[in-house]
Each structure stands twice: as structure tokens, then as C-alpha cells.
Design a protein around this ligand. Structure first.
Ligand SMILES: [Zn+2]
Length: 494
């Protein structure tokens, strides 16, 4: 299967799920949306499509990009552009199979290993499948995924290389480390969404390492050697977008069947792959991936990654604020000036991991009201206000727990979880509120609603202890402290 010419994009046209080709997507004005049973594969398909379009049809400048958004591509123009990069994106290419390394087989043979015994089941390419104690069971049960169609295999390869933690000790993480937060501009129309995330060449210049064309190629075409030291300032846009940190090779077989991952019919499938530990080192600052924000920590740039239980809205400033030590992703930086006042919908996703285990998967749309580029500070102020209430509630719940049982951690975590559950829709509304001239009044209203919620949550976590005098006393003390703290927060915005 070739990603540039075959049908692999899992879509819904409103009625049923099917697979279409990149040409069918970009050269028609039909409105498709991505559709796959696993939402992490949906995000992988979107990101892969954006990267393919960037590789084959990067617009020269904003004017050309506007033309692409307005009018579907001419099929002849598409085919001419795609022909040049056909060899990069063939899943079973004789010499350079997509995101794979045929050297794995030579390596196994040279070590005298039995290839049949060294295979890994294809399920390992999908993050979050149950493998043993502590591993997440997010989508499928053990043994559910035994075979995969070429489309799912391509998305899984790309997702594993870009988003997931490595296969374990001795294997390398993605370029942005494990569990990065990926954010793409969202549009209901898939064709428009792909273009809205494309970066014009004149924008890329100076923002990403300048590498000549013959070296800005994926690392399964221009391979790294074992033990190489790779300077990140020598990784060009395309090499970075398709960075494959692992050395692996898929095994294919013929035969009619149903894909265990997407449920569609297939005539060719993969059941297993070979992988080997392959060492290399990255040297230099963290590569500025266009789909993820970076934060400065102790003088070093790091990618923004998922961590803990706090929902995405609490991390607003980390991926949307332009200030010292914060660098939002390049796609957003471009889009901000490309259509400055429109409402912004961002499709954000990734995994929370603990080493090689996946604890949670995330994929949601975050929306900001029109006028957001000029009002980032206002939106951030709303988030900071809510985070302030959460901190006070957590702190007082900790104190309450300490007094009633000697351990505050449990009650604090319960209160935090409840706070995040109960404020999710309230805070998404707050991100989208656009009456910028009544910001103060809006914040006061928000504070009042948060106060009611926090008081209720404190009462709820205290309830099991209230039938004992010392429990009741502890609650009354915590309530008094929380109210005083919330009054201070309220005063700070009056
Ligand atoms: Zn499939």
C-alpha cells in the first residue's frame, strides 16, 4: 500500500465508514471527517495526513495556502507532486518500506537468531493494550488485536513513532519524548483541516533548522547508523515530522479477512513485526516540532507532555501563551496571524504514560472564542482563577483529611477529581466567552459559581466523618478556612 496513491484514510461521509485516498480527499469538495473506532488512531490519521501534505504539497506562502483552502486541488497537479515522493511512503517498498528498517532481519540473522521465534505480535504497535500488571486497558482486551490492515498498520507505525513511549528499556522515545501533547487546528471538513495545519515554506524559513533538500528526508530513506550522534539543528522539517526512533520491520500476508483494529475488510494484513534495540543519541536543543508547544525549564527547552490528572484546560498557558520560556507550536503561531479573529478549535491529544505503560489516553477539542489572539491574557486569567479555587479546595481537603484520619492525601485527591469533573463544561464555556468588554463582571460570576462548587465538594468529601464530633469539628474548621481563602480570591478580582 502506498500512502500517496492507495485508499487508506478512514473516513465517514455521514452515512458509513470507508477508506479514501489522499487524492480523493484533496481533489474533491466533498465533506469528509475522520472515523475510526480508536480515537488515538483518528488523531494519528489526522497528523499523518498533515505531514504527508506538508511533504508533498507545501504551499510557498499564505496566498498559495488561501488558494488551497478555497479550491480543491487539480488531480493532475496532485499526481505530479506525489510522484516525486512515492518511494517514501510505500508500506512494502522493496528497499525503503514506510517507517521501517529492513536491517532488523540482517541483524537477527547475523546473531544466529531464529526469525520465527523473534516476532512480536502486531498488538504491541497499539499503545494502551493490556500487557500485564499496571498496563492500561483503554480500548481492547488482551488478544483482541491479532491482525491489522495496511491502513491501520501505517497509522499505528506513525503513532508509535510520534506519540507513544518507546517499547521499553534500550528503545528510543519519539523526538518530543514520551507522551507529548499534540494539538492540531480542527475543522469539521477534513480537507480544510489538513490545509489549516500546513505551514508555508516562507514561514518555516528561520523557524526550523535550515537543511538542504537532499538531507531533509525521512530516516528510513537516509538511515542513521548504530551509535550515531544526531545534532537536532541538522534535522529538517520533513525528517523531524516523520522521525522514526525505532528499528522495526513488519511481516505481511495475503488473504481475505477483517481488520481487528478498524473492522473493515482487507485482502492483505500484518500479524507481527521484528524489532531490535538501536542506539543513537540526540545532541542539542529539543527539536521545535510544529505540532507541539515547548517550555523552558532550567535553561533547556522541553516539549509539553501529559502528566497527572489535571484536565487540559488547566494547562492552557503552557501551550497557548507567547511569553518568555513558553513557545506555542508553530502551526498555531502561523494560524494566529493567518485568520486572526476567528473562533479557534484545537484538536488535542496524546497519552499519559509511566515509562512504557500507558495510563490514560486523551483526545478532545478545545475551543477559544473569536478575538482570542488579542485576549490570551484574559482567557489565562480565567484559567488561573479556577486553578486558584482548585488549589484552595485541595489544600483545605488535605487539612481535613489530616485531622480526621492522619492522612490528607486521599481526601485531597478525591476533592481534586470531583472539582475537575464538575468544572469541565463550565471551564470550556469560560474559554469560549467573548464579551471581552465585561471581563471583570464575567470573572466575578465565574468566581461565584466556583465558590458554590467548592463548598459542595468539601461537604461531600467530609460527609463520611460528620457523624463523629471530631469529624464535624474538623469539617467546620476546614469550611471556615476555605471560605476565608475563597473570599480572598474573590477580592483579588473585585
Ligand atoms: Zn484496519
Amino acid at each position: 500500500m502506498n500512502l500517496l496513491s492507495d485508499r487508506w484514510i478512514p473516513v465517514s461521509d455521514g452515512a458509513s465508514m470507508t477508506q479514501i485516498s489522499v487524492e480523493e480527499l484533496l481533489c474533491s469538495d466533498r465533506c469528509y471527517s475522520i472515523c475510526h473506532p480508536r480515537d488515538d488512531m483518528e488523531l494519528a490519521a489526522l497528523q499523518l495526513l498533515v505531514c504527508l501534505t506538508q511533504a508533498v504539497l507545501a504551499p510557498e506562502n499564505d496566498e498559495e495556502l488561501r488558494g488551497r483552502l478555497e479550491t480543491p486541488l487539480d488531480p493532475v497537479e496532485y499526481r505530479e507532486a506525489a510522484a516525486i515522493k512515492m518511494d517514501w511512503f510505500d508500506l512494502e517498498h522493496e528497499k525503503t518500506p514506510f517507517m521501517q528498517d529492513p536491517r532488523v532481519l540482517e541483524y537477527m540473522t547475523s546473531k544466529g537468531k531464529d526469525l520465527a521465534k523473534e516476532k512480536t505480535g502486531i498488538a504491541k504497535l497499539l499503545p494502551g493494550l493490556p500487557e500485564g500488571k499496571g498496563s492500561g486497558c483503554l480500548f481492547n482486551g488482551a488478544g483482541d488485536i491479532r491482525c491489522m490492515c495496511p491502513s491501520c498498520a501505517a497509522m499505528a507505525l506513525f503513532n508509535q513513532a510520534t506519540e507513544a513511549p518507546s517499547f521499553g528499556g534500550g528503545f528510543k522515545d519519539p523526538l518530543r519524548k514520551a507522551g507529548p501533547v499534540t494539538a492540531l487546528i480542527y475543522d469539521e471538513n477534513l480537507r480544510l483541516m489538513v490545509w489549516k495545519n500546513a505551514l508555508p515554506c516562507d514561514f518555516v524559513e528561520g523557524r526550523l533548522p535550515s537543511v538542504d533538500e537532499k538531507n531533509d528526508v525521512p530516516n528510513w530513506i537516509l538511515q542513521m547508523g548504530e551509535g550515531d550522534v544526531v545534532r537536532t539543528e541538522e534535522i529538517g522539517l520533513l525528517r523531524g515530522l516523520f522521525w522514526q526512533p525505532a528499528s522495526l520491520f513488519l511481516e505481511w500476508s495475503d488473504g481475505e479477512g477483517t481488520c481487528d483494529c478498524c473492522g473493515l475488510r482487507m485482502s492483505r494484513s500484518t500479524l507481527s513485526f521484528w524489532k531490535r534495540k538501536f542506539k543513537y543519541d540526540l545532541d542539542g536543543v529539543m527539536w521545535p516540532h510544529p505540532h507541539g508547544a515547548r517550555l523552558m525549564d532550567k535553561g533547556k527547552w522541553n516539549g509539553v507532555t501529559f502528566r497527572g490528572v489535571a484536565p487540559l484546560w488547566t494547562r492552557f498557558s503552557e501551550f497557548l501563551r507567547w511569553q518568555d520560556g513558553h513557545q506555542p507550536e508553530l502551526v498555531l503561531e502561523h494560524y494566529k496571524n493567518f485568520v486572526s479573529h476567528e473562533r479557534l478549535n484545537l484538536s488535542v491529544g496524546g497519552y499519559t504514560n509511566r515509562q512504557a505503560s500507558i495510563l490514560e489516553r486523551h483526545h478532545q477539542v478545545i475551543s477559544l472564542g473569536s478575538g482570542w489572539p488579542e485576549h490570551i491574557e484574559d482567557i489565562d486569567g480565567r484559567v488561573e482563577l479556577a486553578v486558584g479555587y482548585e488549589k484552595e479546595l485541595s489544600g483545605k481537603s488535605f487539612g481535613l483529611g489530616k485531622r480526621v484520619s492522619g492522612d490528607g492525601g486521599g481526601l485531597k485527591e478525591r476533592a481534586r477529581k470531583m472539582f475537575f469533573q464538575k468544572t469541565e463544561s463550565l471551564m470550556h464555556e469560560a474559554l469560549q466567552y467573548t464579551e471581552w468588554n465585561r471581563e471583570k463582571a464575567f470573572r466575578l460570576e465565574l468566581a461565584d459559581r466556583l465558590k458554590v462548587l467548592c463548598s459542595k465538594i468539601l461537604e461531600e468529601v467530609a460527609r463520611p466523618y460528620m457523624d463523629q464530633p471530631h469529624g464535624l469539628l474538623a469539617y467546620v474548621t476546614a469550611k471556615k478556612n476555605l471560605e476565608a481563602a475563597m473570599d480572598r480570591l474573590h477580592k483579588s478580582i473585585e
